[in-house]
Design a protein around this ligand. Sequence first.
Ligand code: GDP
Ligand code: GDP
Length: 434
Amino acid sequence: MGNIVAIVGRPNVGKSTLFNRLIQRREAIVDAVSGVTRDRHYGKTDWNGREFSVIDTGGYVVGSDDIFEAEIDKQVELAIDEADAIIFMVDVESGVTGMDEEVAHLLRQVKKPVFLTVNKVDNAKRAADAVEFYALGLGDYYTIASTNGSGTGELLDAIVAALPEKEEKVEDDLPRFAVVGRPNAGKSSFINALIGEDRYIVTDIAGTTRDAIDTKYNRFGFDFNLIDTAGIRKKSKVKDDLEFYSVMRSVRAIEYSDVCILIIDATRGFEGQDQNIFWLAEKNKKGIVILVNKWDLVEKDTHTTKEFEAMIRRETAPFTDVPIVFISALTKQRIFKAIETAVEVFENRKQKIATSKLNETMLEIIKLNPPPAYKGKYIKIKYCMQLPSPTPQFVFFANLPQYVKEPYKRFIENKLREIYNFKGVPVVVYFRKK
Ligand code: GDP
Ligand code: GDP
């Protein structure tokens, strides 16, 4: 389970520059594995061994200039709710602005760690200029230059020191399911259909707790935990269709889950927001089940299901080994199937393959289909094993691992999927020197 650090501040202060600097190294690794680049406003980073997620809130600002301000206020409020620490970025070039004051006002009431960060401090003169930001009433500040990284080390030291320790809750081995999806896809309806109570009525109680992270259920003979971020929210705060809102919520829920139950609205297809959430889950190496909801509203002939499925496969390629269940939360159609599938994905993800069996099978396949020689050099794979990680990761030891290219890695991944059942589960394949 990770901590979330949100970067807030008005446009052009340098939020995304800092964000890119923080996630660069990590992101490159992730992309080499998954072969896709998405969600550039959300990423993982680590500093001195502490891993955390970073959200660049500015990435979600949409609309014209005059709604900017209101939008930024909302984002700051959400960041306050959802993040564990907040980087409030201001710009020494422009000095204190009215919008900075407004954001500072919101942040002064917050109990979470807030790091006032004066950006664009590229020289000594600017370092002296930064003192004016004391006027924001947030105490000491950090001076950084996002473009070259100066000062960011100190800032990160302080952030990491302030992040709450989140120890993994391991009281039970029950699957943790996060129900995620765009607003109005039918998340609450699905949860209600599943657990059979109107627990997910939106409450407006101030300070609705975020600490009760999951709740245990038994339905249809399955024991599982549902992550509680979907419904219990102060919805009145923000317009529901704000993408940022659903992304924030999903980020949190996904982090805590083993399997993400992604609900999509059949009447709308597989849209950008669905994609974002899908790749967020994939990037976090969580199990995924896609539920196509509101299937009762779709006019069907014999091809409809196939066509819909093919459309989703196109949108989620190359990660297509994911179960899709067509449901109706309203009529409770296939709710059992949905939860049964989620439990299966959970089991698939937990699967550990004995090293001897793995070598026996995979080395034989590799012998028949060796990686192509590179610049006249032959690549020999000698040994492989599954790492003892919570999500399937396989290491293949080779004499020249650097010459093993993406297509071959994909070939190996597909073979693993063919032989063992990893449906719905991101699988990582590494090649290392032996
Ligand atoms: P955002 O809107 O807050 O995400 O801001 P951006 O990251 O897009 O940066 C806005 C502008 O400020 C860009 O032209 C950046 O190159 C510039 N910028 C960001 N960080 C620094 C810095 O440390 N020093 C200077 N001089 N310019 C910076
Ligand atoms: P959430 O925002 O994702 O939690 O979505 P809700 O559960 O609040 O559902 C949004 C709207 O879609 C509500 O009006 C629901 O009654 C409706 N809805 C949800 N599931 C279904 C379904 O399977 N069929 C139909 N016809 N309507 C549904």
